[in-house]
Design a protein around this ligand. Sequence first.
Ligand SMILES: Nc1ncnc2c1ncn2[C@@H]1O[C@H](COP(=O)(O)OP(=O)(O)OP(=O)(O)O)[C@@H](O)[C@H]1O
Length: 594
Amino acid sequence: MAKRNTYDEDEELEEKFNLHDYVRVAHYLIPYRRRLGIALASILLGNVAMIMGPFLLKSAIDSAIPQHDMTQLWQLSAFFLITLVVAFGCFRYRIWAITEIGQDLLKDMRTDIFTHLQELPFSYFDSRPHGKILIRVVNYINTLSDLLSNGLINLISDLISLVVTLIFMFAINWRLTLASLVLIPVLAVWTYFVQVAQHKAYRELSNKQSNLNAYIHESIAGIKVTQGFAQEANAIETFDGVAEENRQSYMKAIYVQFALWPGVQNISVLTTALIYYIGIQHVGVIVSTGTLIAFLGYINNFWNPVINIGNFYNSLITATAYLERIFETLDEQPEVKDAPGAFALPPIKGDVQFDDVSFRYDADSPMTLKHVSFHAEPGQTIALVGPTGAGKSTIINLLSRFYNVTQGAVLIDGVDISRVTIESLRAQMGVMQQDTFIFSGDILDNIRYGKLDATEEEVIAAAKVARADDFIRQLKDGYHTTVQERGVTLSAGQRQLIAFARTLLADPRILILDEATAAIDSQTEILLQEGLQHLLAGRTSFIVAHRLSTIRAADQILVVNDGQIVEAGTHQELLAKHGEYFQLYESQYKMLEE
Ligand SMILES: Nc1ncnc2c1ncn2[C@@H]1O[C@H](COP(=O)(O)OP(=O)(O)OP(=O)(O)O)[C@@H](O)[C@H]1O
């Protein structure tokens, strides 16, 4: 299980980045190898065209001009013009092709990470702020676009152009060429030291960016509480602290990153100076004027790719700090997953049994549920009651296998649910959380979420049975009214009615319902009760119940306290016992009844 984390805590990396991860990155390029090849070919062609420049110049200075050969000069000029046009065309194509490949790559990576997130269990989302997950899918991946497309292609083309330039340089004058390379080892050592510091700085920066994102996300989610308690100043102060840490680590990272640049720049200038010095000393002896001028042109051609490779390396180190987080998410193993040899749960009748189930949320925390056993017949309604924090929601979460039991087994129609595929299990269950989640879109689509291929007529029929039809028709555009994410424009009761309709449409054999505690006006309450009765009919239902009417109507009431089932029976049976339920009834429900 992932280590728990908050916005003011840097995340520890579970596994450091290693060379194998670069191979994984390369895998993303495989589908684009053909397009990358064409882009690369165009770059090479462009580079060859560019490289011809100094060569043509040399011919002009050393041969055409001294011999006053105008025909040769015109030919050289025409050839030069053609090389410029070719280089320009290739350059344009490259920008277009690389941008497109880069965006495709980003989409692939983003899809992979999003798809993986869909499979991760509740425990993963419980363990860290959602803002820290968000930043991986959006921002971290953005930083890779340029590196993977532009950067990589440039690297290859730069390497090739470096080799070609070196060949030309050696061909022109090997002594000057060796002199040009004399400072390269110094550069290598400098680069090594910078990259160690840079990786560390960027890892810290990625953490601070993640913290900032987490705090912003949390603040927006909690804005109503912040404003309700007039805590805006406090929120701003906290934000300021997190943002300042982000600023400082950014400046540090940039400071280190830019340390590479002066190194490369100084060495390139020193090398050029050295060639001037040697060349001028020996002009006419070991080099002709044309050779020296051409050579100085090649020195530029030589340093450009070296500088580019240095920049690529720089971006690679920066991106590594983000890549390791992306791979960490991709490598997060779903704790709840299909067991080897899992089979599809056949259509169920709805017999449910908890067989001596114990459960804890974290490996190092005490058991939340202890030896819970009960049995529900198909079609029965089971109400779970008990004090807050007793473990009622935990029981129903285990039923849908949102978490794996620590000990014991949950059986449906006699089959241990840990042996069946999660999809086949959840497809036969309807889970309604206390706070109904509404997706942005229209009401129709929100109800249809229960069965994506449902027709409009089916949706409306479900809404009618769930008693949601009346209020929906009164909305501005009826079923086509647009609602915001989380359904902020709807009342709590309306959201619940939509959830009823959604679940009815899904028609699950087992229904799990965390009954809302929110106060609802008596008219909506009647509607909800009616809707609920239709929902419960003919399916095994588990309700974390807060309304007395629901509890009384249940076939079985399970009284949960401190992670155990302390009493079980019908309302009348349990009242007659004068035990915990009786006390709960006296202290909470009786008052409601009166
Ligand atoms: N995701 C979680 N991670 C760790 N501990 C949790 C998690 N969810 C609940 N708990 C703990 O497990 C215990 C049981 O919680 P649970 O939500 O099952 O109680 P409940 O009976 O449903 O309470 P309520 O009536 O207030 O909803 C509590 O002590 C709670 O703090």
